[in-house]
Design a binder for this molecule. Structure first.
Ligand SMILES: Nc1ncnc2c1ncn2[C@@H]1O[C@H](COP(=O)(O)OP(=O)(O)OP(=O)(O)O)[C@@H](O)[C@H]1O
Ligand SMILES: Cc1ncc(C[n+]2csc(CCOP(=O)(O)O)c2C)c(N)n1
Ligand SMILES: [Mg+2]
Length: 320
């Protein structure tokens, strides 16, 4: 039987020296911030039966637990530095821990983000990560920084994760290979860290966030914080490759209000269009212009001809 401390030592404590002055093993980790840089901090929790199905693949769960957190750093334009991991586990299962830690560290190492501490307890499966990043003071891509006249942009594609969920829920009948492809987007999201860094560099963008609850809900946070409104061209939203083959109404619903996308939605002045495209190129991330920030409050959704669309969509709400 693995004890609590064996488990930490075997699966989470690593010998290599990292950025932290003191990592796993004491009451706190110690990190020295780089001189003149600002810390960006965010937490995200994944709960069984709410964020993932019971029996979920542990490698993909390790990846996703960190990916959704790195996505928040990306949305702020911060460079990942380190993270803590709080875990509740129903049992100390070595096979599960091996897969989980492999998925977690594969992504952590790809971003130079060090696991510096955490907490482990017995209980219903629950994974909570807190990430730490750094950025140049004044360059953070804040939700309150959108201005009337800005373009609205989206990274990558939207809706395939929601389509996969619809497949699991039997809302939509998908061929097995289509479901497998869409499910990859749901279980293994790609945090757009390089794009976030490129957008915060000049800075090129004004406001940004990552899309976790669905675009219309999340864009609403930018509009409220910035005290502006927007027109969104729903038919310009880039659908994931599997969703792109579905009918128009489903495409509209799942691109505009899917959830689990972990793409960036950001605003930038019209004068920076070429700079945004360049940020996309240097980060290897597709970027698509999908609307305009306006002084008039409210979100106006329109079709490709500019005609109003009344889609009655809202964002994911755990208590809604
Ligand atoms: N229990 C809490 N105590 C303090 N602040 C919280 C708590 N829960 C959320 N917040 C804060 O509320 C804001 C919105 O949280 P939320 O988790 O919805 O973030 P998000 O980035 O919109 O979504 P996601 O968590 O999917 O990335 C964040 O600033 C977050 O730090
Ligand atoms: C089993 C299962 N059911 C539903 C979903 C969809 N889902 C759950 S939480 C969430 C929003 C982001 O969460 P948060 O705001 O807590 O970060 C979404 C889109 C899923 N992934 N797995
Ligand atoms: Mg977020």
């Amino acid at each position: 039987m693995l004890s609590e401390f064996d488990l930490i030592k075997q699966f989470f404590q690593r010998d290599r020296r990292g950025r932290a002055d003191l990592g796993i093993g004491d009451d706190c980790a110690l990190l020295t911030p780089a001189p003149g840089r600002q810390l960006a901090i965010s937490s995200d929790m994944l709960v069984e039966d709410r964020h993932f199905f019971a029996g979920a693949d542990p490698f993909m769960l390790g990846h996703k637990s960190l990916a959704v957190n790195l996505s928040d750093l990306a949305a702020m334009g911060a460079r990942p530095v380190g993270f803590t991991l709080a875990l509740a586990l129903p049992a100390a299962d070595p096979a599960w821990l091996e897969g989980f830690s492999r998925g977690l560290f594969a992504l952590a190492d790809a971003h130079g983000c060090e696991l510096v501490g955490g907490d482990t307890t017995k209980g219903p499966l629950n994974i909570c990560i807190t990430v730490f990043g750094e950025l140049t003071p004044g360059h953070a891509l804040r939700r309150d920084a959108a201005r009337a006249g800005d373009d609205i942009w989206i990274s990558g594609t939207l809706g395939d994760a929601r389509l996969a969920l619809a497949g699991y829920w039997k809302e939509v009948a998908l061929a097995a290979h289509e479901h497998t492809q869409a499910a990859q987007r749901m279980h293994m999201p790609t945090p757009r860290v390089a794009l976030g860094l490129a957008l915060a560099a000049q800075p090129v963008a004004h406001a940004a966030l990552d899309i976790s609850d669905g675009l219309v809900g999340d864009l609403g946070h930018i509009l409220a914080a910035s005290r502006v409104g927007a027109t969104l061209d729903v038919d310009a939203l880039p659908a994931g490759p599997v969703l792109a083959r579905q009918e128009l109404q489903l495409r509209r619903r799942f691109t505009a209000a899917g959830g689990d996308d972990y793409e960036l939605c950001f605003t930038a002045p019209v004068a920076n269009r070429e700079a945004v495209l360049e940020a996309g190129r240097i980060s290897g991330t597709a970027v698509t212009r999908v609307g305009r920030i306006e002084a008039e409050p409210g979100l106006r959704m329109v079709d490709a001809q500019g005609a109003p669309l009344d889609l009655k969509l809202s964002g994911w709400d755990h208590f809604g």
